[in-house]
Design a binder for this molecule. Structure first.
Ligand SMILES: C[S@@+](CC[C@H](N)C(=O)[O-])C[C@H]1O[C@@H](n2cnc3c(N)ncnc32)[C@H](O)[C@@H]1O
Length: 389
C-alpha cells in the first residue's frame, strides 16, 4: 500500500469515527430526552393515581356520611321529634308517656320485697326527687340535653352545699386535699374518659347497670360517644329509669333504652345481641349489693362478639392483701362492712380470668373518690378465641 492510499484510509476512518461519535452523542441526547419524557409521564401518572385514590377516599367518606345522615333522618322521622325550641306537642306527649311508665306486677313485687329487706334507704325517693327536678326544668322550657343536665347537676350541688372548699380525696391510692366541686367533676370526667378509651368503631352498645338517673350515659353521649350506638340504662328503680328517659328525650338522635335490672337476679333479655362490641359500665352501683349474681358479668359476655367491662366501684380493699392496705383502705373497709357494701366483684372477675373468659387490663385500687368511699377502676375484656382453620 502506498503512502497516499494509507492517508486516504486514515482520513476515511477518522470521518467514520467522527460520524459514529456524533451518532452516539445524538443517540445519548435522544435517550436523555426519552428518559425525561418517561419520568415526567411517570410523575403525571403518579399524580393522577394520587388524585384517583383521594377521590375514592372522599367517595367512601361521602358514602359513610350519607348513610349516617339517612340514619339520623330516619330516627327523627320515627320519633316524630320536634326541633328544640319549636312546637312541642309531640315532645309533651312523649314526656307524658315516660312519666306514666309502670313496671309489670312481678317486677313491682321484686322491688317492694327488696326495699323491705334492705337495712338501708333505697334510691327510690332520691330518683323521684331528681325526676321532679328534671321536670321543673323541662316545664320551664329547657330543651337542650347538655344545658338541662348541667342545670340539674348545679341544683343538686347547691342542695348538697357542695362548694370549692377542700375535701380529702383519694387519687391513685394517695390522699390529696382538693376543692370539692371541681374534684367531683374530675370523677365524672374519669368515668367518661375510661369509657371513651374502650370505644372502637364496632361499639354498638353501651350498657350501664345500676344506672341511677342516667347521668353517665348522657355525659358519654354528649362527650362524643358513638352516635349510632344504643345506650342501655338498666336500673332497679323505676324513678331512675324515668329520669334517664326524660333526659334522653331531649335529643332525638340519642338512642337510649331503659329497663329493669337487679344485680341479684340479672336479666339482659331486653338487650339486643349482635356481632359488634358492647361496653358494660358500672359506677358506684355494684357497691350497693353485698353479693352480686355472677351472671351480671358472665351473661354480659354473650351480648356481643367483643365485650369490655369498665367499673368504678369502691372495692379497693378487695384487690390486694390486707397487709398492703393504706390507712384509708382500712377505714374504707370498715365503712363497707357497716353499710353491707359489695364483697364479691373482684373475686368474680378473677375467677372469670382464671377460666380465660376475660382478661383484666386495668386494676387501679382507690383510683378516685372522696376518702370515705374511693372508686377502684377496673377494665376487662372478653377473651375472643382465634377463628379455627
Ligand atoms: C350510688 S347510685 C349510682 C347511680 C349511677 N351509677 C351513678 O353513678 O350516678 C347506686 C344505684 O344502684 C342502684 N341499685 C341498688 N341496688 C340495686 C340492685 N340490686 N340492682 C340494680 N341496681 C341497684 C340504685 O337504685 C342506684 O340507682
Amino acid at each position: 500500500m502506498t503512502d497516499d492510499n494509507s492517508m486516504d484510509e486514515k482520513k476515511k476512518l477518522k470521518n467514520k469515527l467522527e460520524v459514529a461519535r456524533r451518532d452516539r452523542a445524538e443517540a445519548l441526547e435522544r435517550a436523555k430526552i426519552a428518559d425525561e419524557k418517561a419520568l415526567s409521564t411517570i410523575a403525571k401518572l403518579k399524580a393522577t393515581r394520587d388524585i384517583l385514590q383521594a377521590t375514592e377516599r372522599n367517595a367512601a367518606q361521602f358514602e359513610a356520611e350519607a348513610v349516617e345522615l339517612e340514619r339520623k333522618l330516619n330516627v327523627i322521622m320515627r320519633s316524630q321529634a320536634t326541633i328544640p325550641g319549636s312546637s312541642d306537642e309531640s315532645q309533651n306527649k312523649k314526656l307524658e308517656q315516660i312519666l306514666s311508665l309502670e313496671d309489670p306486677p312481678e317486677v313491682q313485687e321484686i322491688i317492694k320485697a327488696y326495699h323491705n329487706s334492705m337495712d338501708k334507704k333505697s334510691y327510690d325517693h332520691v330518683w323521684r326527687e331528681r325526676r321532679d327536678l328534671i321536670m321543673s326544668y323541662l316545664e320551664r322550657g329547657e330543651d337542650r340535653l347538655s344545658r338541662a343536665l348541667a342545670r340539674i347537676r348545679r341544683a343538686e350541688e347547691r342542695n348538697r352545699a357542695m362548694g370549692l372548699d377542700l375535701r380529702r380525696w383519694i387519687v391513685d391510692d394517695e390522699a390529696l386535699d382538693l376543692p370539692w366541686r371541681p374534684a367531683a367533676a374530675a370523677y365524672r370526667s374519669a368515668v367518661v374518659e375510661a369509657v371513651m378509651d374502650a370505644v372502637t368503631p364496632q361499639t354498638s352498645k353501651i350498657i350501664e347497670t345500676g344506672s341511677g338517673w342516667g347521668e353517665h350515659l348522657c355525659n358519654i353521649y354528649l362527650e362524643g360517644g358513638p352516635a349510632g350506638a344504643t345506650y342501655y340504662a338498666l336500673e332497679l328503680e323505676k324513678e331512675g329509669r324515668i329520669c334517664s328517659l326524660l333526659l334522653a328525650s331531649l335529643d332525638p338522635l340519642f338512642n337510649l333504652r331503659a329497663g329493669f335490672f337487679d344485680y341479684r337476679q340479672p336479666d339482659y333479655s331486653m338487650v339486643e345481641k349482635d356481632d359488634g362490641h358492647t361496653i358494660l359500665l358500672t359506677a358506684h352501683s355494684i357497691e350497693q349489693v353485698k353479693d352480686i349474681h355472677q351472671d351480671c358479668l358472665r351473661v354480659a359476655l354473650t351480648l356481643s362478639s367483643r365485650v369490655t367491662g369498665v367499673h368504678f366501684e369502691p372495692v379497693g380493699w378487695q384487690t390486694h392483701d390486707r397487709n398492703d392496705w393504706r390507712p384509708w383502705t382500712q377505714q374504707h373497709y370498715e365503712r363497707c362492712q357497716e353499710k353491707s357494701y359489695n364483697t364479691n366483684l373482684v373475686s368474680l372477675l378473677r375467677a372469670m380470668e382464671a377460666e380465660e373468659l376475660i382478661r383484666i387490663r386495668i386494676m387501679k385500687p382507690n383510683f378516685i373518690g372522696l376518702d370515705y368511699n374511693p372508686a377502684t377502676l377496673i377494665v376487662w375484656e372478653k377473651v375472643v378465641s382465634a377463628p379455627s382453620g
